[in-house]
Write a protein that binds this ligand. Structure first.
Ligand code: ADP
Ligand code: ZN
Ligand code: ZN
Length: 820
């Protein structure tokens, strides 16, 4: 490709200052640079990696520094993705550098971390403190170390046991500043089980001398290097590095040093393809066919169209996706399928492999960096044209995009809860529009926003109203726990009805799922005398009691402590345990059904993706009778032998201070009910509740989406909530309560009188008023006009920059899903 020749390039860097920086190009780079490639540039005293936005010959007013090194010969981001990044930065009010960073999965090559350095004030303070304070003071030690050179946060906390605390306080006083710095990581540092090793091809000029130039006992190699090389000579071909460790001592270290000398080559292990069950291809039933026909017509016309595929649980949405993707691939175009984090299981991936073979690439957050960049490269080269991924999969560098499918489009995991706070579903739509591609949003419980868009004619509604093979929808019964209490005079976890139903399943060898709504079901510790709940020292949240290791844990920041023997507030000894965790539910089940085989799935039992999958797999193989769990078990698993789903306290979510509380409860109950009766035996669902008359609970039981939608829509309309307004959440946070209050009142001043078309509520303490050691105040903004909202938010950002607020003090969340 002819790249032209340019003297300058504008580079976006991952720094809070939201502007591109111009660098001069050395002679060697002038012909090679292209927008979308990464480049290493000097920034202050450091080197940073940024993305080239444009190349040009316009000399800047101030002499530009010279760029150092180009990382990518071919751009990692094509013009389409660069344009998408700009849209995200604008719409979500996020710095472009941060957007670009979160789009690139090539973290294997780039290591990022905080680097601390002294401010001018810090330099002065260092002198003073060194005179005044004890040299053992960790703050003094940190200052002394930083006086010599900037240091990474990781290095500091390793070098000094108390560094973290000292660093925080020095930062608060303005003595030190942190910068996100990216450095290249040696690809050879991947773990041994991810690398393959083989002898490097000898340099071509020495080939005629056939090995004579490299004596087998090269004195410059150490013993294990010589052994490894001898082994590879005897066993040609590529070997997994891990396997060699049994044969050759220190094989891993030796291989890396031989690779640096160019004597062996190390390459990442090709990803192991999950072996899912080969699923029979089904002839589409009439509703599936009708939906597919309409989608195919749009695909063939290369139109940008958005379809909302509203199909009840078990209606066969996946089969429609597969057919649509096939139609796109047949046209020589490519397709993206996005699924919620938890739904991307080997079984799910397996369906795609069995249909599309090695044209499939999987982008999964549980993969290592090496695996992810490997997938990314296959996509970019065009080798993979069907991509299955979670949220960030929307950035996969496919070319000639024809279709994006967003499965479970209502799912909260599409929203990124850190900057840039984008929603993968909405980004998918923007990307498809640019590409002239189709979008299918699929769900059994479409979000109010998406469903409303079909009414306004923006999306086309396609329906799959019944289950496959006319299997009945499960029967859902509400169990009124208030009544249960009146009749039994016991505050029981399980109603008599649920216990009876459970016993019957065990007799028949059928399986049961028991779901608890996590939010109301943590164990916590309280004081009987003063009522104090033991809270996290960093967050205004109650700590959860973990029986297994007898500790109190914060689920937000990870803080842990022993259970106190006296109340920290009133010193009373009457500490007691309250609440009901899944652990206790499991225990009660064991007591009630001593012979039942019970598995539990929640955040405490499951630490990794693999474990989660293995428990589910065991359950679906019939190795357990009962599966107890939280929200995790509600989604997308097809287990035919489950004929009973019990929901313990369906309604705790209704009490959340969030206008989406009813919608979430409805979605959760519908989804979990959909787990029952997916096989040939019909299923029943028992929902225990203390609000049986609440419309979200009642209509979920009746499985009446339409009625719920109408009712909820009326509520949103009356109170100007989305989809009848655009919303944003502004969060102001600081480790100092005074600073947080001061900043939020400064903002409040700016907001009076309120700008036209906007309604600004706040500042108020955020529902979680303190989190990870920071105090939090929030403004909720409802806007009749998106443009007005965006203008306001952009001006707030400028305000924070001008007033030198800390880099993390202001959080802007556009279209927030969580108001906590
Ligand atoms: P949904 O995602 O809508 O809940 P699935 O796509 O998981 O439903 O389909 C439910 C089950 O029905 C799957 O086991 C699938 O293989 C099967 N299935 C899908 N379409 C058909 C069809 N046309 N005929 C027979 N079985 C089908
Ligand atoms: Zn007390
Ligand atoms: Zn905490």
């Amino acid at each position: 490709m002819n790249h032209g020749s340019f003297r300058y390039c504008d580079v976006s860097l991952p720094v809070p200052l939201d502007q591109p920086f111009t660098y001069a190009l050395p002679e060697t780079l002038r012909h090679r640079v292209q927008p979308g490639s990464r480049i290493v540039v000097p920034f202050g005293p450091r080197k940073l990696t940024g993305v080239i936005l444009s190349c040009h010959d316009d000399a800047p007013a101030v002499a530009a520094r010279e760029a150092l090194r180009l990382i990518d010969a071919e751009p990692v981001l094509n013009p389409e993705l660069l344009a998408l990044a700009r849209w995200i930065a604008g719409y979500y009010c996020a710095p472009l550098g941060e957007v670009l960073r979160s789009m690139l999965p090539l973290a294997a090559e780039i290591r990022s971390g905080k680097v601390w350095s002294l401010t001018d004030a810090g330099r002065d303070a260092a002198r003073q403190l060194m005179l005044d304070a004890s040299p053992e003071d960790p703050a003094v030690q940190v200052l002394r170390m930083l006086e010599k050179r900037p240091l990474s946060a990781a290095y500091l906390s390793k070098a000094l046991p108390l560094a973290d605390k000292a660093v925080r306080s020095l930062e608060r006083r303005g003595f030190i500043v942190a910068e996100q710095v990216q450095t290249e990581r040696d690809p050879l540092r991947a773990p041994a089980d991810r690398l393959r090793v083989e002898l490097a091809a000898p340099p071509s000029k020495s080939r005629d001398r056939e090995g004579a130039d490299v004596p087998a006992s090269d004195p410059k190699l150490n013993k294990s290097e010589r052994e490894l090389r001898a082994f590879l000579e005897l066993h040609p071909g590529s070997h997994q590095l891990k396997d060699l460790e049994a044969t050759v001592k220190n094989a891993s270290i030796a291989a890396r040093s031989l690779a640096r000398k160019g004597l062996v080559s190390l390459t990442p292990e090709p990803m192991s393809m999950p072996a899912g069950p080969v699923r029979a291809r089904h002839a589409l039933n009439p509703p599936q066919q009708a939906a597919f026909d309409e989608i195919r017509a749009a695909i063939l016309e290369k139109q940008f169209r958005i379809f909302l595929l509203h199909g009840v649980t078990g209606s066969g949405k996946t089969e429609v996706y597969l057919n649509a993707i096939e139609a796109v691939v047949a046209e020589g175009r490519s397709a993206l399928l996005l699924v919620p984090e938890i739904a991307l299981t080997p079984a799910m991936a397996g369906q795609f492999f069995s249909r599309f073979g090695d044209r499939v690439a999987i982008l999964h957050s549980a993969f290592t960096d090496v695996e992810r960049s490997e997938q990314w490269r296959r996509i970019r080269s065009g080798a993979a044209s069907v991509v299955v991924g979670t949220r960030s999969g929307v950035f996969a560098p496919v070319t000639n995009l024809g279709l994006i499918v967003v499965d479970e489009e209502h799912d909260g995991s599409y929203k990124q809860e850190e900057t840039p706070r984008y929603n993968g579903r909405d980004v998918a739509i923007v990307r498809a529009q640019e590409a002239g591609a189709c979008v299918i949003l699929g769900s059994a419980t479409p979000s109010l926003e998406s469903r409303y868009n079909t009414e306004k004619g923006k999306y086309t509604l396609l329906g799959l109203p019944g289950r496959i093979e006319e299997r009945p929808m499960p029967t859902v019964e509400l169990v009124d726990m208030r009544q249960e209490f009146l009749e039994t005079r016991k505050q029981a976890t399980f109603s008599r009805k649920l216990l009876d139903a459970l016993a019957k399943r065990l007799e028949n060898g059928e399986q049961t799922i028991v779901l608890l709504n996590r939010r109301g079901f943590s164990n916590f510790v309280a004081c009987r005398s003063c009522g104090e709940r033991i809270q996290c020292i960093n967050c205004s949240l109650t700590l959860t009691y973990h029986k297994r290791d007898r500790r109190l844990l914060c689920h937000y920041c990870g803080y842990a402590q022993k259970v106190p023997t006296v109340c920290p507030k009133c010193a009373s000894e009457h500490i007691y345990f309250l609440g009901l965790g899944s652990e206790r539910v499991e225990e009660e089940l064991h007591q009630g059904f001593p012979t039942a085989r019970i598995a539990r799935l929640d955040r405490d039992t499951v630490t990794g993706k693999r474990q989660y999958e293995s428990i589910l797999h065991e359950f679906s193989e019939g190795n357990f009778d009962i599966l107890v769990g939280t929200q995790m078990i509600a989604k997308g698993h097809d287990i035919p032998n489950v004929t009973l789903v019990g929901v313990i306290s369906a309604d705790v979510g209704l009490g959340m201070p969030d206008f989406r509380a009813a919608e979430r409860t409805f979605q959760l109950l519908t989804q979990v009910a959909g787990r029952a009766g997916r096989g040939s035996v019909p299923g029943i669902v028992l929902v225990q509740t203390i609000n049986p008359e609440h419309y979200a609970v009642r209509l979920a039981a009746e499985q009446d989406y339409q009625a719920f939608y109408q009712k909820e829509l009326a509520f949103r309309r009356a109170l100007h909530y989305p989809p009848f307004s655009a919303m944003a959440n502004l969060l102001v946070r600081s480790e100092s309560k005074e600073a947080a209050m001061r900043m939020s009142s400064e903002l409040a001043l700016r907001f009076t009188p309120p700008p036209e078309k906007l309604k600004i509520m706040g500042p108020a303490e955020a529902p979680v008023a303190r989190l990870k050691n920071e105090y939090r105040y929030q403004f909720l903004i409802k806007a009749a006009s998106r443009k007005a909202l965006n203008q306001l938010l952009q001006s707030v950002r400028c305000f924070a920059l001008e007033h030198k607020w800390g880099a993390t003090a202001l959080v802007i969340d556009v279209d927030p899903l969580s108001l906590m």
